[in-house]
Write a protein that binds this ligand. Structure first.
Ligand SMILES: Cc1cc2nc3c(=O)[nH]c(=O)nc-3n(C[C@H](O)[C@H](O)[C@H](O)COP(=O)(O)OP(=O)(O)OC[C@H]3O[C@@H](n4cnc5c(N)ncnc54)[C@H](O)[C@@H]3O)c2cc1C
Length: 279
């Protein structure tokens, strides 16, 4: 008599599938799901704390264009402690000799903002504008730019900040405070960064904006800020008794600062009341 194993293997197969289905549908699956006790998350990179001696790598976090050639760029890094000076930091490009100074215009916990103007064929400024989020640059500092910050609390002290373009604005922006006057000059509207911040009066600043050349719809004034008529019209003369508590701070290119100083001297403003932000 011949026996066939086929029915047996068939029934064994059926029973194994049934057991498999039971395991899958019961709570006791082969690989029970348990709550994770430890999660292997990607560790957050802490911001680096800058120092003056060695360069540290700082991560680029985000950036927004203030004008077509000027970007407000945020980096994950901390300045050692709040100091009594206006500071600048040094950034370097890939080649160690390409070191440039920049002013942190805002400091928060673990972040600083720089206002970077991309200059034509500028080695470092162009490289900075080309950074991708997450990439790093080398920085060190801070170095004191101007000691003896403008007195904010004492009334009736009046501080007037005279600035030109992105470079000037980077220098004076950290110094602006309630009740001060900002006179900002640019060749075109594209040279006036952070204007929204100032005009929306977040800082309680009285702003006077001047373009060197005309533009349709512009509601500010026209003419270079170093012009005698403009400075006299806005500030009056240095010998005027109503100006005895007024202090002037100038920032911008060497050419602009020199011309403003010359005009102020002509108007009788003594050096004790006129200061350069980048001296
Ligand atoms: C104390 C201090 C603080 C500064 N803070 C800031 C800041 O907060 N933000 C900022 O954007 N810059 C700032 N600067 C200027 C900055 O350090 C660089 O000089 C600037 O970014 C140009 O560097 P670069 O390598 O791109 O150009 P470079 O390769 O050095 O120069 C390329 C060409 O651009 C010309 N050039 C250089 N600078 C300017 C300019 N400002 N305008 C027009 N042409 C220029 C040069 O003559 C050259 O022909 C500061 C400078 C100093 C001294």
């Amino acid at each position: 008599m011949r026996f066939s194993l086929r029915p047996l293997s068939f029934s064994v197969g059926i029973s194994m599938s049934a057991a498999w289905a039971y395991y899958l549908h019961s709570n006791e699956v082969f690989f029970p799901i348990v709550e994770a006790k430890e999660v292997n998350a990607i560790p957050q990179i802490p911001p680096c704390v800058l120092n003056r001696d060695v360069f540290s790598s700082c991560r680029y976090v985000r950036g927004t264009f203030e004008t077509p050639d000027t970007k407000r760029m945020t980096f994950a890094c901390e300045l050692p402690s709040s100091s009594e000076t206006l500071d600048c930091i040094i950034l370097r490009g890939k080649d160690p000799v390409q070191e440039r100074a920049y002013v942190p215009i805002a400091k928060r916990d673990g972040e600083i903002d720089l206002l970077i103007q991309r200059v034509k064929r500028g080695t470092v400024s162009m490289a900075l504008h080309a950074l991708l989020v997450g990439e790093t640059v080398e920085m060190k500092g801070p170095y004191p730019l101007m000691q003896g910050l403008p007195e904010k609390a004492l009334k009736p002290t009046k501080n007037v900040f005279i600035a030109e373009g992105a470079l000037g604005m980077a220098g004076v922006f950290p110094l602006l405070h309630d009740g001060c006057v900002l006179m900002l000059s640019g060749k075109t509207i594209n040279d006036l960064p952070l204007v929204d911040d100032v005009l929306s009066n977040k800082k309680g600043v009285e702003a006077f904006l001047s373009l060197e050349s005309g533009m349709w719809g512009w509601q500010g004034s026209y003419g270079p800020l170093h012009k005698k008529e403009i400075l006299q019209g806005k500030l009056g003369g240095g010998g005027d008794p109503s100006n005895k508590n007024t202090f002037l701070y100038i920032a911008g290119t060497e050419n602009f600062v020199g011309k403003v100083e010359d005009t102020l001297t002509e108007l009788g403003w003594g050096p004790e009341r006129v200061k350069r932000v980048f001296s």
